[in-house]
Design a protein around this ligand. Structure first.
Ligand code: UGA
Length: 459
């Protein structure tokens, strides 16, 4: 919404939330305190806030005065009840639709921005249509559009400023034209695709499923490369130059994370089962299985290479966010890998330039310990075989006394580490596990460290 406000200074954009603390953070004069870390977002907010971009908790007033309402709420995977573990929890979408139905005045275009299961618009329409006929004397009418978002975290601002496409699904041509004219201020017309409602909703799930499938595919090939002496980077380059395959999203790694891929595939799986397509459901579900397997495989590899045990060993984890340039840890591969290693009794020093230690503690469901004093011998936890972790602000102290370094996020600062200076800090034999292919192998090896790189077989 901030980018819409930035690109369309003549439109008034009001972002509303019932959470006062969050709205206060969006209004904070210190732009480093915005609730979301996203490169370039602070500049966009600085330009538009107070001019035509407003953040408020006055939800009803904002709806009443709006010509268009975008529903952009969370749709996490249901944790209980029908479809638990797969279907999306639509309670917030429904609550929003009800509030819009009650507070809207005149004609309102309601835009689904959240990622939703196919045919959710039907439920939204049903709620809205009741209020069109309500007897409260207020005239209301609605048109529902689906306008899914394709931005990726870390590159959200450029993705929104120059999108590959904007997708608008709907049944009312005038409503589609109205939304297309907003995007048309900065997006070329040929990139604004119009579809029916259900195609638009399904395209969003499908796009994420295809992207995730490429990652599981390349990770499966990576495991085969390790077993056969091939190198997944070479294979990715070789297949990626085929213009039909393309080179993007072929980076082998610790598996995909983020709030969307797994959730959207599981949602697709649930829909397939619901519509009587169990084989299609199994096909997509295997993408998630492979991803979980990849994360477990990395933890297992670390244990095997460290002589079959990590109990009481000190390991440094570099990177906790699900990818670089974000502080988001939702479904981050680091969570499962760290948990598996803690289960084995490892002592983990965790470094991430953007993720704070409270978040890591919540994700691991384990409070941080204080950093042990290695000079005074093994800690009590290490001796008892209990897994512990502590946050490390700098890389050198995370590595001091460590048996291994495990790189799980591709932060730029991990690409240029001075291994010749770091290696002497570690206990020998020492290992570098590079799950993101960011290190320069020659530099690691010439510093006397053992190296495992994802998808690299020994020829
Ligand atoms: C993803 C999609 O890329 C967006 O188009 C979509 O709008 C968004 O989900 C969403 O539905 O909200 P995002 O989750 O922010 O965006 O991040 P991606 O860049 O897609 O990365 C997802 C995961 O895949 C990360 O853990 C990343 O490290 C991993 N990945 C990505 C790989 O392991 N290899 C690759 O080659 C690419």
């Amino acid at each position: 919404m901030a980018v819409i406000a930035d690109q369309c200074p003549d439109l008034k954009v009001t972002v509303v939330d019932i959470n006062q603390a969050r709205i206060d953070a969006w209004n904070d004069s210190d732009l480093s305190k915005l609730p979301v870390y996203e490169p370039g977002l602070d500049d966009v907010v600085a330009r538009a806030r107070g001019r035509n971009l407003f953040f408020s908790t006055a939800v009803d007033e904002a709806i009443a005065s709006a010509d268009m309402v975008f529903i952009s709420v969370n749709t996490p995977t249901k944790s209980k009840g029908l479809g638990a573990g797969q279907a999306s929890d639509l309670r917030w979408v429904e609550a929003c639709a009800r509030q819009v139905a009650q507070s809207a005045r005149g004609h309102t275009i309601v835009v689904e921005k959240s990622t939703l299961p196919v045919r959710t618009a039907e439920a939204v329409k049903a709620i809205l249509s009741v209020s069109e006929q309500s007897a409260d004397g207020v005239k209301r009418s609605f048109a529902v559009l689906s306008n899914p978002e394709f931005l990726a975290e870390g590159t959200a601002i450029p993705d929104l400023q120059t999108p590959d496409r904007v997708l608008i699904g709907g049944e009312h041509p005038e409503a589609i034209d109205a939304l297309a004219s907003v995007y048309g201020r900065w997006v070329p017309q040929e990139r604004i695709l119009r579809t029916n409602l259900w195609s638009s909703e399904l395209s969003k799930l499908t796009a994420n499923a295809f992207l995730a499938q490429r990652i599981s595919s390349i990770n499966s090939v990576g495991a085969l490369c390790e077993a056969t002496g091939a190198d997944v980077r070479e294979v990715a380059r070789a297949i990626g130059t085929d213009s039909r395959i393309g080179s993007k999203f072929l980076q082998a790694g610790p598996g995909f994370g983020g709030s969307c891929f797994q959730k959207d595939i599981l949602n697709l799986v649930y829909l397939c089962r619901h519509f009587g397509l169990p084989d299609v459901a199994d096909y997509w579900e295997s993408v998630v299985h492979l991803n979980t397997w990849q994360q477990q495989r990395i933890a297992r590899t670390v244990v095997q290479k460290l002589l079959g045990t990590v109990t009481g060993k000190h390991l440094a984890i570099l990177g906790f966010a699900f990818k670089a340039n974000t502080n988001d840890t939702r479904e981050a591969p680091a969570i499962r890998i760290a948990k598996d290693l803690l289960e084995e009794g490892a002592q983990l020093a965790i470094h991430d330039p953007k993720v704070d230690s409270e978040q890591i503690a919540r994700d691991l469901q384990l409070s941080a310990s204080t950093e042990p004093d290695f000079k005074s011998g093994p800690s009590r936890a290490a001796l008892s075989g209990e897994g512990t972790w502590w946050p490390s602000d700098d890389i050198a102290s995370a590595l001091r006394g460590a048996d291994a370094v495990i790189i799980l996020t591709e932060w730029n600062q991990y690409r240029d580490l001075d291994w010749s200076a770091l290696a002497p800090l570690m206990r020998r034999p020492s290992w570098v596990f590079d799950a993101r292919s960011v290190v320069k192998p020659e530099e690691v090896q010439s510093a006397g460290l053992n190296l495992w790189r994802v998808g690299e077989g020994q020829p």
